[in-house]
Design a protein around this ligand. Sequence first.
Ligand code: AMO
Length: 442
Amino acid sequence: MTTRTLTKNLAAATDGAISVSGWVETVRDQKKVQFVVLRDESGAVQLVHPRMFADDGTPLDDPIAAEISALSQGTFLTATGELKHDERVKLGGVEIKLDALVVAARANPETPIAEDSSGDKRMDWRFLDLRLPKNNLIFRIQTTLEHAWRSYWVEHDFIELHTPKLMASASESKAELFEVSYFEGKAYLAQSPQFFKQMAQPAGFGKIFEVGPAFRADPSFTSRHATEFTSVDSEISWIDSHDDVMRLHEELLVAGFTAVKAKHGAEIAELFGVDVTVPATPFPRIQLAEAKRIVAARGYDVPRADDDMDPEGERQIAAYVKETFGHEFVFLTDYASSIRPFYHMRHADDASLTNSYDLIFNGVEISTGAQREHRVEVLESQARDKGLDPEELGFYLDFFRYGVPPHGGFGMGLSRVLMLLLQLPNIREATYLFRGPTRLLP
Ligand code: AMO
């Protein structure tokens, strides 16, 4: 058996016998010569087959020609033949003159989607949609990003956690909570690893991270919400304030973007028209109240009565930061206690503000981070303030009764980072399989 060569390695291979496997992208079935573009996970190659004729011009029995004429787009096959370098061939400067074709699985002749099909239709046929080079690239970038982050964490002695996603209570808020039946009782799907990543602090783990699923029963149809998403979390001991968390956060993003730019920068520019910028540190930091003043001065009054920033406000402050500092990221800091969870530490001199931040990337929130309240009596009273029952939170509050270091961390939505990095219009495009209020398939 000839070993399979990936199409991306053909340019560097020597001319001669070769075997490639992939799926049929196009067939040009001409009178004298047939061409097939075969794509695999790494790229594409042109297969060529000159039809066979007798001296008098009558077609000869030609099983390969017959096979090519019968090929439907999407068919997976193995092709063997002679590799030939030829700079006139636009696709990679090589082609393979066919000796044999072995079909592994034939595709139905009618493809259910086209490039201009609606987003929903493409999601219905996601496995076909994912064959597009652009979509393939998104998940190679995701792999590089996660690998770079993991390398950073491992090099800095973080411990990786896998916390349970079945919980006895809500982890963020009672809103947006999925309830599942659990034997005689009920359980809830984790909205965040929040409680369990914090638990690693009294456990004496020091620095931890987790990349895992999170669930939100959010009925809205926006371009940035999913009901299930991958949450990238980190939590560290012995911080002085949320400033230490922001420093970790920006170092991690720099490590990720450096790796993505080095490995995929050229392809990203080609397929997405985006020039990846490795962000300079420190990222701009603006207190939320100040950010709202800046946005108001630009002519946009954030309408929210509850002190929060709305999506248009986020876009406006990002535009200001881009114009003023040439930066794609901004930390908005010191959110009001009224709109932050009970576990955020409040300012020592002003309990109406928290040691917290949101990280905005190209105009959209990708992350929330904070210093946590670790003094159990304060924590208990903040929970009560928010109308939570300390009894129900008993197991969590116990974490703080037997010694705990000051700590903080952040949670970041993986698909949001990809969406904004590649300037995609919707989080669905940046998620392998999107889950939303009306989508559980495939
Ligand atoms: P928060 O609720 O802000 O904070 O979530 C953190 C980040 O997770 C992503 N995210 C989502 N992505 C897609 N669809 C959703 N429905 C969705 N909800 C959230 C966003 C968001 O910024 N426990 C805290 C984090 C912490 O303090 O450590 C938390 O979950 O990118």
